[in-house]
Design a binder for this molecule. Sequence first.
Ligand code: ZN
Ligand code: ZN
Length: 154
Amino acid sequence: MARADHDLHPEPAGQRYARQLLRGHGLRCTVPRLVVLSALESARDRGHLTVAQIRDEVSAAGHEVDLTTVYRTVSTLVDATVLHALVVDERVASYGLTDTPHHHAVCTGCGAIDEVPAADLSAALAAARSGSRFALPDTAGLTLHGLCPTCQRA
Ligand SMILES: [Zn+2]
Ligand SMILES: [Zn+2]
């Protein structure tokens, strides 16, 4: 498949947001960082994505970035706290934006990870805290297990 001359064809809104995020964290706006963040931003309704899924989104948007580069870019962004990683049930790590506080809902069928806005679960976290001997900071995420829409239909 040829996608030669559109290597940098822009998704203005997504890349503008990515640029803001990078600047806000004092990071340089390299092309891999911009396209990885844009991919996560535009796929936000699907929650976390694995490195392979991020690469697929990036190439669907018309950019050629190899898996190694995506992996390295994602690691840098995790170190800079622009992204966070989640590993559940020994599955492959998936990555999500940290700009909105959220908990995670994990599909027991396919491993898809959705993000649940933290505000919706703040009472649940407070209850978990009072019922546990563990020290649970605000950043402690809740992980809920269930079935994603696709697996519910299957
Ligand atoms: Zn997350
Ligand atoms: Zn599923």
